[in-house]
Design a protein around this ligand. Structure first.
Ligand SMILES: O=C(O)[C@H](O)CO
Length: 328
């Protein structure tokens, strides 16, 4: 048994699924302190909690910047985020200080692809609107022209960012009889052949797609990518879906496009900010379906993410391999 003094100090910024906590406890190498709540850690508590830590296990809601790294001090060896996205981490600053980073790719791919499909179908076929009409007495009869929306069969779908999640969505789209699958991104991908994906310039994807699905990561290049110019090139009948990060979209421009009939509908699992204030104009629109960032909220997925984040943390603390280390 090691004396407490020899244990490595770790700060965890939230209550996380048991799977990860059990792994950390069983390893017996760290002294864990935690923001033991379902709500995000206040900034002051984060700055306090991280002091002297050798390991930090954080979530996508925690902005890990130079101030946090300074507060942690020189002992910080590893940051393990329980997320596949890492736009909340000041990667350059982290790299400069030689701190290793773990993240959780792959394990949430299926869950996020499933949710994106659900959001796409719900938005296109106006499911939330239909549910609301049933509840509020708006359902007067079966009506030939009521609550119609576009279907996937025979359609063209454009995926922005054919990475792990984009590819899993493409695979799920195939049995729906999609006619063309377009994708854009930095480079053509060999794996696109599996889904008959056509690598096209962004302009072509935007103007030819009946459905646009955004799954790229948030980077300086993709920030605000879906803006007025983007929406103005879309078909008036097209549906826009975003399950990546809210900041890829200019929400004022999206509101304008939706309310003016420039595009048919939008489904968003991510927004800026999160949560989206209940007074936000997008929430007044029937043709906009907004979900509270639940892409990976599938029963077993969060436990698996938590376990992977714990293993990444241990790898970084012990100077050994991390199952999913971010290479930068
Ligand atoms: O980055 C992530 O992990 C997703 O957005 C949430 O699971």
């Amino acid at each position: 048994m090691k004396a407490v003094g020899e244990l490595m100090k770790v700060f965890i910024t939230r209550r996380i699924p048991q799977e990860g906590m059990k792994i950390l406890t069983a390893a017996g190498v760290c002294e864990v302190s935690q923001w033991d709540s379902d709500e995000p850690v206040p900034r002051t508590e984060l700055l306090r909690g991280v002091q002297g830590a050798q390991g930090l296990l954080c979530l996508l809601t925690d902005k890990i910047d130079a101030e946090v790294l300074d507060a942690a001090g020189p002992n910080l060896k590893v940051i393990s985020t329980m997320s596949v996205g890492f736009d909340h981490l000041a990667v350059d600053e982290i790299k400069k200080r030689g701190i290793r980073v773990g993240y959780t790719p792959d394990v949430l791919t299926d869950a996020t692809a499933e949710l994106t499909m659900a959001l796409l179908l719900a938005t296109a076929r106006r499911i939330p609107e239909g549910v609301e009409e049933v509840k509020n007495g708006g359902w007067s009869s079966w009506k030939p022209l009521w609550l119609c929306g576009p279907g996937l069969s025979g359609s063209t779908v454009g995926i922005i960012g054919l990475g792990r999640i984009g590819m899993a969505i493409a695979q799920r789209l195939m049995p729906f009889g999609v006619k063309r699958l377009l994708y854009s991104g930095r480079t053509a991908k060999a794996h696109a052949a599996e889904v008959n994906g056509e690598f096209v310039p962004m302009e072509t994807l935007v103007s030819e797609s009946d459905f646009i699905v955004v799954t790229c990561s948030l980077t300086p290049e993709t920030q605000g990518l879906c803006n007025k110019a983007f929406f103005s090139k879309m078909k008036k009948t097209a549906v826009f879906i975003n399950s990546s990060r809210g900041a890829v979209v200019n929400q004022e421009d999206l509101y304008e496009a939706l309310s003016s009939g420039q595009i048919a509908a939008a489904g968003l699992d991510v927004t800026t900010p999160e949560p989206l204030p209940t007074s936000h104009p997008l929430l007044t629109l029937k043709n906009c379906v907004v979900l509270p960032h639940i892409g990976s909220a599938e029963n077993s997925t969060r436990g698996v993410m938590s376990a992977l984040a714990a293993r990444n943390l241990l790898g970084g603390l012990q100077g050994s391999d991390m199952p999913s280390e971010l290479s930068f």
